[in-house]
Design a protein around this ligand. Structure first.
Ligand SMILES: Nc1nc2c(ncn2[C@@H]2O[C@H](COP(=O)(O)OP(=O)(O)OP(=O)(O)O)[C@@H](O)[C@H]2O)c(=O)[nH]1
Length: 323
């Protein structure tokens, strides 16, 4: 439970708001029932019920995108109800409602919900509010929403950037192992659903430790970068290249059959062999390749490619083994 709260910001906001609403509204609802003010008690209960329903949906479905949107609607409707009940004083409650919208849903949606809430205030033309009150409130609420919108936009773009950076290998700039695991699972799903074939190639540079030991890590790094450049120039746009770790790379080749896989790996073998160099001479690589098969999981597919690579190494390196 704490793990989910820590890792899902929207779920934690939904939960916190629900807790505040439960603690804040329940005593009022009970008090109003006790006083016999049934209408107000019913409104309180309805708000509570809506909030707790969204909370339950968020926890059980895990769909915090939709739950956040629903919660933003409930919060705004709750805010309008409070203004209806309290008049001018109730307007102050709309400010936090307007801001929480940006924590619960996308910035665009929050702007839309806030706009509709403001419009509703003017349309309802509550007796207790003068036009002057409404215009003053609308102006300040717009300023608050604009600031929250800019902040939320900045936050969203930084989040996207960080998510992108988290999938890249900092040295070579190609996708890392984390991104690879996602793509492997996607390829398995595509194969199960659309029978889209896919080949997996693992390439491991031979005696790379010796390059580092003899020429230094800087040269080792530049060999890795050269290798990525050579591979990138010799694969299709639809192919995916990942750095699996150290001096090991993984290639995903969607849409190829056995013959296609054979010719791609053969070509890479030749090109790397003739173009990849370090100060003491050419650098070679060993390859393990296999096609995705019915009943494969990402792990079993990877394991087969790894076994093929192991055989290539065992056979003396600078070899290709197709599983
Ligand atoms: N320069 C550099 N070296 C790295 C990097 N990541 C891992 N290494 C080194 O790569 C070397 C890999 O060594 P091994 O696993 O023994 O592989 P190898 O020497 O290529 O031997 P075989 O694969 O069996 O041919 C280790 O010395 C690591 O320190 C990196 O980002 N840059």
């Amino acid at each position: 439970m704490f793990y989910r709260l820590r890792n899902d910001f929207r779920l934690s906001v939904i939960s916190l708001l629900s807790l505040c609403a439960f603690v804040g509204i329940t005593p009022f609802a009970l008090y109003r029932f006790w006083q016999g003010n049934m209408l107000a008690a019913l409104v309180d209960s309805l708000i509570l019920f809506s909030i707790l329903s969204v909370l339950t949906y968020a926890w059980f479905s895990g769909d915090t995108k939709r739950s956040g949107f629903l919660m933003a609607l409930v919060v705004s409707a709750g805010g309008l109800t409070i203004v209806n009940l309290l008049g001018l004083v109730g307007l102050f409650w709309l400010y936090p409602c307007f801001i929480t919208g940006f924590f619960l849903t996308s910035s665009r949606m929050a702007v839309l919900i806030n706009g509709i809430t403001l419009l509703a205030l003017f349309v309802l033309k509550l007796d207790s509010l003068s036009l002057e009150h409404l215009i003053s409130f609308a102006t300040t609420a717009l300023v608050v929403s604009a600031c929250a919108y800019i902040f939320a936009l900045r936050n969203e773009s930084q989040h996207r950037r960080l998510a992108h950076i988290a999938t890249l290998d900092p040295l070579t700039g190609v996708k890392n192992r984390r991104a690879m695991e996602e793509e492997l699972s996607r390829a398995v799903a595509n194969f199960e659903r659309h029978q889209l074939s896919c080949a997996l190639v693992i390439l491991d540079l031979d005696h790379f430790k010796a390059i580092n030991d003899n020429h230094g890590h800087g040269v080792g790094d530049s060999v890795l970068n050269q290798c990525v450049q050579i591979l990138g120039e010799n694969i299709r746009k639809s192919d995916r290249l990942f750095r699996f770790g150290g001096e090991e790379f993984v290639l995903l080749l969607p849409g190829v059959d056995r013959q296609g896989m054979h010719s791609v790996v053969d070509n890479l073998y030749q090109v790397v062999r003739s173009e990849l160099k370090c100060p003491s001479g050419p650098v070679t690589a060993s390859y393990g390749a296999t096609l995705l098969q019915a009943g494969d999981t990402a792990d079993s597919w990877m394991e087969r490619a790894d076994t093929a690579l192991y055989q290539a190494k065992q056979n003396g390196r600078d070899k290709v083994v197709l599983s």
